[in-house]
Write a protein that binds this ligand. Structure first.
Ligand code: ATP
Ligand code: MG
Length: 353
């Protein structure tokens, strides 16, 4: 079978647009291009694209800077307009499922079924109960999908895959950490405005939840405590963790306290999700937690999670198994976890779903 061409992954995040292009090699994948363009803070608010022209411009800038010819794009969405649920259904064939899913889905989705795109995948032909199977149901508001695909089209490109952030992270994770597929792990993607949680058990997404808290909350707390502008607070926050020199940098006490208090809040939310999962799922509780997203570089967060959740916390390297040019390696490894979603999208090709 001819191998399909991989998509260009474009991650429309609240703090930046990130682009990643990979190619297949004999042994795996190699990076062709990676880039990002920062966005002003009002460009994406609560997942809504408030400044589409700026975002279109950012996408075009990235495509031109890297001279990318491939127009096929994989993008992703997340937040409260997206529902992901693993549900048991009576056993049926994939064709029967496609026919009945609109009707079956209705009881699991708090939106009008006319307003959502539905996607469904059988993950276990045989569930715990006789005559049942498990499927993962994804419902996404058409409005949100249109908003995100429109900026890709306006940039002159073709959106061929619209994924969700949590699954893009899982895709990236599986390409880099194949050993972890046997166990149950929590993937936690902490961006600027939100956090995507995906608990995967044996490679199957068992529970996902998006929180409306992320790196901005840390910056805003520093801003409030120290009476600074957002930008000043942001550079204090990043200064404390820049280029992996955490031990050389003296972080002012006030900053540290602010970081710790928000880290506790994020940790409580993550804990609540894991508790809910444990109470409602037959699958085991996570034995490890993998952090991605730009805010994975906050030491205070990793430490708070490790202390409270009481499992080892690792920072994901999205390029762990991806061949890099030696001259890019330093930059990419330090940028690391923020590239998670873009790398996961760049692993997709049209029709692989
Ligand atoms: N070295 C660092 N130390 C601490 N925080 C950092 C560092 N580098 C980036 N961040 C934070 O990471 C966040 C950006 O991460 P990321 O790029 O994953 O978010 P995004 O995808 O743009 O946003 P979202 O997913 O919420 O839409 C910002 O809040 C930024 O302050
Ligand atoms: Mg993000």
């Amino acid at each position: 079978m001819a191998r399909e061409k991989l998509c260009v992954g474009i991650d429309l995040g609240a703090s930046s647009v990130k682009l990643c292009q990979l190619k297949r090699t004999k042994t795996g994948y190699a990076l062709l291009n990676f880039g990002l363009v920062p966005l002003p803070s009002e460009a994406v608010v609560d997942g809504a694209l408030m400044n589409s022209p700026r975002i279109v411009e950012a996408i075009q800038e990235l495509m031109a800077a890297h001279r990318i010819k491939n127009k096929h794009v994989a993008l992703s969405i997340s937040g409260h307009s997206v529902i992901i649920k693993k549900i048991p259904l009576p056993q049926m064939s994939a064709a029967e499922l496609q026919e009945s899913i609109q009707w079956e889905a209705e009881q699991f989705i708090p939106f009008d079924i006319q307003d959502v795109h539905i996607d469904v995948q059988i993950v276990n032909q045989q569930s715990a109960q006789q005559g049942q199977m498990d499927v993962v149901l994804v419902a996404a508001k058409k409005d949100l999908v249109n908003e995100y695909t429109s900026v890709i089209i306006e940039a002159g490109l073709e959106p061929v895959i619209c994924d969700v952030d949590a699954f893009a992270v899982q895709n990236m994770f599986e390409a880099n950490y194949e050993n972890a597929l046997d166990s149950t792990v929590a993937l936690v993607n902490v961006g600027a405005s939100k956090t995507n949680i995906n608990i995967i058990s044996g490679g199957i997404p068992s529970f996902t939840r998006d929180l409306t808290i992320g790196g901005n909350a840390f910056t805003e707390e520093i801003q409030k405590q120290m009476n600074l502008s957002f930008d000043e607070a942001e550079s204090l926050k990043i200064g404390g963790t820049a280029s992996g020199r955490d031990t050389d940098v003296v972080i002012p006490h006030d900053v540290q306290r602010a970081l710790q208090s928000v880290a506790e809040n994020v940790t409580s939310e993550v804990q609540r999700s894991i508790d809910f999962y444990a109470a409602t799922s037959a699958d085991p509780t996570p034995s490890e937690l993998y952090l991605t997203g730009g805010s994975a570089r906050l030491q205070a967060l990793a430490r708070a999670l490790e202390a409270r959740i009481n499992v080892p916390v690792h920072t994901v390297d999205p390029f762990r198994r991806i061949a890099l040019n030696p001259q890019d390696e330093g930059y990419l490894r330090s940028f690391g976890p923020a590239a998670g979603v873009a790398v996961g999208l760049a692993l997709r090709y049209a029709g692989d779903g």
